[in-house]
Structures are given as structure tokens and as C-alpha cells.
Ligand binder design. Structure first.
Ligand code: HQG
Length: 203
């Protein structure tokens, strides 16, 4: 490969890295605004959590965050966890789950898999086995069908531990489960009777 070619490739890698960083930064900003603090930019969400995209762009600009329609589109399309949805008419955006503010995600209760996973930090275990899993600041307790996902969620908080949730028994006992559009399992509370710590250390 010629020197010129190597240089061109390096430049395009640098440019792509810069674009990726910008997308991640925008995704974090959108998570903050659409899940937790729309008031930070004086944005109004409707009761279902939808924000008007033109308004979001204008108010973000006014608060020092330069975003535009095509950047938002890229964030939605490339997001690793499909965190956001755009409405069919293309005018509105909302987060698929993870809210701390109260919004109606229009989810219907459905039957969960027999076992679900929850990743947490080891230091929370004592309290979890006293109170069960509680939703803390969010609207729901978050669970996953895949162990891998739970490990990654747990790592966000520290040394991870995996909890196995007997979702089948909970379902039989009339606890409700919801599946978000991006396939996160949600419930209100998991009492200790339905939680078991995974003891085989494979993390
Ligand atoms: C823990 C990410 C002590 C709970 C992920 C967790 C997820 C308790 C922490 C989504 C407890 C809350 C949510 C109790 C629960 N005593 N600690 N009784 N009950 N906890 O961030 O589930 O990347 O609110 O185990 O992928 O970690 O943001 O919830 O460790 O789906 O899109 O309290 O966030 O998605 O932490 O994560 P969080 P989470 P995004």
C-alpha cells in the first residue's frame, strides 16, 4: 500500500471515530432529555413520552447542543440498544424505556420467559435480599432475557453479580411483566422469594 493510501485511510478512520463519538454524545444527551430531564432545555413531552423533533432541535441549540434531523436519525438507527423510536409521521421521538419521569409507554402485560436475569453490583446484594428488587429512580425494574446483557448492566455499577428471577412463578402469582420496544423486560418489583443469586462464577 502506498504512503498516500495509508494517510487517506488514517484520516478516514479519524473522521469516523469523530463521528462515532458525536453520535454517542448525542445519544447520551437524548437519554438525559427524553428519559429524565426534559426541563433542562424547557422541552415538553406528551403523556406518552413523545417530543416534537423540531422543538427538540431548536431548544437544544438554544442550550448549546447542536443537533439536527439527520444526526437524530443516525442516533436512532445506529443505537446499540435501540433506545429511541421515531413516530410513523417522522415528527416525534421518544425513549423506548429507562425513564425516571412518569410517561405511559403504552405497554400491555405479557407472559415472560420462565427465567429472567438482572445484573447488579455485588455491594447491592445485601439490600436487594432484604427489600427485593426495587425500581429506585426509574419507572420499572429492568430485567433481560439474556445473561450477557445482565452482566453488562451489572458492570455499570461495579463488580457484577447476576440474579436469576423466577419470572414464571411471578407470572403465576399475577405479577405483571412488560416488554419494551427494544426488548427490555420490565416489572414493578421483584420480591425476594423470586430471586436467586447465580453462584457459578462465569463473569
Ligand atoms: C439496584 C441501562 C439496593 C439495581 C441498562 C441496580 C438497563 C437495588 C440499581 C437500564 C435494590 C439501579 C436500567 C435494592 C435494585 N437495594 N440496590 N433493594 N433494588 N437495586 O441504573 O437495572 O444503557 O436504575 O440492581 O441497560 O442497572 O441506560 O437500573 O443496580 O436496561 O439504556 O439499583 O439502564 O440502559 O440502577 O439499569 P438503574 P439498572 P441504558
Amino acid at each position: 500500500m502506498s504512503k498516500k493510501c495509508v494517510k487517506v485511510n488514517l484520516n478516514s478512520i479519524k473522521r469516523n471515530n469523530k463521528i462515532s463519538k458525536h453520535i454517542v454524545k448525542t445519544s447520551k444527551f437524548l437519554s438525559l432529555i427524553l428519559r429524565h430531564k426534559p426541563e433542562a432545555i424547557s422541552l415538553d413531552l406528551d403523556e406518552y413520552g413523545w417530543a416534537n423533533i423540531d422543538e427538540l432541535i431548536a431548544l437544544s441549540k438554544g442550550n448549546g447542543h447542536s443537533i439536527n434531523q439527520s444526526l437524530i436519525q443516525r442516533v436512532v438507527e445506529t443505537n446499540d440498544k435501540q433506545r429511541f423510536s421515531i413516530s410513523e409521521d417522522g415528527q416525534f421521538i421518544r425513549a423506548n424505556q429507562g425513564h425516571s419521569i412518569s410517561v405511559d409507554l403504552e405497554l400491555e402485560p405479557i407472559q415472560p420467559p420462565d427465567t429472567l436475569f438482572h445484573g447488579t453490583a455485588t455491594r447491592f446484594l445485601e439490600s436487594i435480599f432484604e427489600q427485593g428488587l426495587v425500581k429506585k429512580n426509574r419507572q420499572h425494574v429492568h430485567l433481560s432475557a439474556a445473561r450477557e446483557t445482565a452482566i453488562n448492566v451489572g458492570k455499570r455499577h461495579g463488580k457484577p453479580s447476576i440474579l436469576l428471577i423466577d419470572a414464571q412463578a411471578m407470572h403465576k402469582n399475577h405479577y405483571k411483566f412488560y416488554l419494551s420496544k427494544n426488548r427490555v423486560w420490565l416489572t414493578d418489583h421483584v420480591p425476594i422469594d423470586f430471586i436467586k443469586e447465580e453462584t457459578t462464577k462465569r463473569t
